[in-house]
Design a protein around this ligand. Structure first.
Ligand SMILES: O=C(O)CCC(=O)C(=O)O
Ligand SMILES: [Fe+2]
Length: 280
C-alpha cells in the first residue's frame, strides 16, 4: 500500500517585502493585515533617544524574567504561547506594571502605532482592541531578548500554530483564518547579525504535523528549510518590522560586538471583518 505520509518538499510561497526609510503609515500596516505585504521594514521609524530610554527601562526593570517554556530568552510581559487563557490573562495583569514601566511616560512608538491604526480602522467601521477575557485584557506589548546559542538566537518558527491551538476560551483562534501580523520594534541591536530571516514558506497544519510542531510552530529543522529561499531583514535600533507571522521566520545569531538585541513585540489580526484583535 502507498502511504499518504510521504513527506513532500515545502511549498514555496513568494514573499512580498517592502523596505524603506521613514515614518510608518497605517495604510501599509493594513496591507500587511490584508495579506498583501509579507514583510514591511521601516528603517529609522522612531528615534534613537526613545529606543535608548526603553532599553534602559528594560535593564533596570524588576519584571525582567527568563523564559521557561523551551524558548531561550529573557522577557518582560506575558506570552499566550502554550498557556490556557486563565493563566495568560492573569500573567498579563501581573506583568502590566512592568510593561508600563518599560514605556514609562514616553510618547512611545507602540502606543502611537496602536492609536493611529485604531483611528484609521475606526474610520472604516472596524474596531481595534486588545483581546480580553471576562475581566481581564492583554497588554499592548512585551519585550524580548533572545539567547539561543546555535545558528539562530531564535529558531525558525511560525506564529500561527500557537494561535490555531490557543483553545476556545480565547478570542484569538478566529484570527488564524486571516493574517496573524507580528509587530516588532527594535530598541537595541548588535553591530552585526540578529537579522530577521523570513523563509518563502507558509506551513499548513499538515506541514506542521509532519514536522512535529503542530501546536507550537516551533522549531522547524534545518533539513526542512534547506531548499527554501529566504530574505533577511537587516535591522537597526529605531526600526519597525511587521511580518505575516504565518511564514516561517527566525533570528540569526547576533555578533558579540555592540549592544544586546532587544525588541518590543505584539500580534494582531482580523477576528471578523469588523474586528481586529491585538495581543502578546
Ligand atoms: O526577534 C525578532 O526579530 C522576531 C521575534 C519573533 O519572531 C517572535 O517573537 O515570535
Ligand atoms: Fe515569531
Amino acid at each position: 500500500m502507498i502511504s499518504a505520509e510521504v513527506s513532500k518538499a515545502p511549498t514555496i510561497s513568494p514573499l512580498a517585502i517592502r523596505e524603506r526609510i521613514g515614518s510608518i503609515r497605517t495604510a501599509e500596516i493594513i496591507s500587511v493585515l490584508k495579506g498583501q505585504i509579507t514583510g514591511l521594514h521601516i528603517s529609522r521609524a522612531f528615534s534613537i533617544e526613545i529606543a535608548e530610554e526603553i532599553a534602559a527601562n528594560f535593564i533596570r526593570n524588576p519584571g525582567l524574567k527568563q523564559r521557561k517554556d523551551g524558548v531561550p530568552g529573557h522577557y518582560i510581559g506575558a506570552s499566550h504561547y502554550r498557556k490556557d487563557a486563565a493563566t495568560y490573562f492573569a500573567e498579563a495583569e501581573n506583568a502590566r506594571p512592568f510593561v508600563e514601566a518599560l514605556l514609562g511616560n514616553l510618547v512611545d512608538p507602540v502606543r502611537g502605532l496602536f492609536d493611529a491604526l485604531k483611528r484609521d480602522l475606526h474610520n472604516q467601521g472596524i474596531e481595534l482592541r486588545l483581546t480580553r477575557s471576562e475581566h481581564r485584557q492583554a497588554n499592548i506589548c512585551r519585550a524580548f531578548c533572545w539567547s539561543g546559542t546555535g545558528m539562530y538566537a531564535l529558531e525558525p518558527h511560525d506564529d500561527v500554530a500557537q494561535v490555531v491551538c490557543a483553545g476556545n476560551d480565547y478570542e484569538i483562534p478566529a484570527v488564524a483564518n486571516n493574517t496573524v501580523v507580528a509587530l516588532n520594534l527594535y530598541v537595541s541591536m548588535p553591530d552585526e547579525g540578529g537579522d530577521l530571516r523570513i523563509w518563502s514558506h507558509k506551513p499548513t497544519s499538515v506541514d506542521r504535523k509532519s514536522q512535529g510542531v503542530e501546536t507550537t510552530g516551533y522549531p522547524y529543522s534545518k533539513a526542512y528549510l534547506e531548499a527554501v529561499p529566504f530574505h533577511d531583514l537587516r535591522l537597526k535600533a529605531g526600526d519597525i518590522a511587521l511580518i505575516d507571522g504565518g511564514f516561517i521566520h527566525g533570528v540569526t545569531q547576533p555578533s558579540t560586538k555592540g549592544k544586546r538585541r532587544l525588541l518590543l513585540n505584539s500580534f494582531f489580526g482580523f477576528a471578523r471583518p469588523d474586528l481586529v484583535l491585538w495581543w502578546t
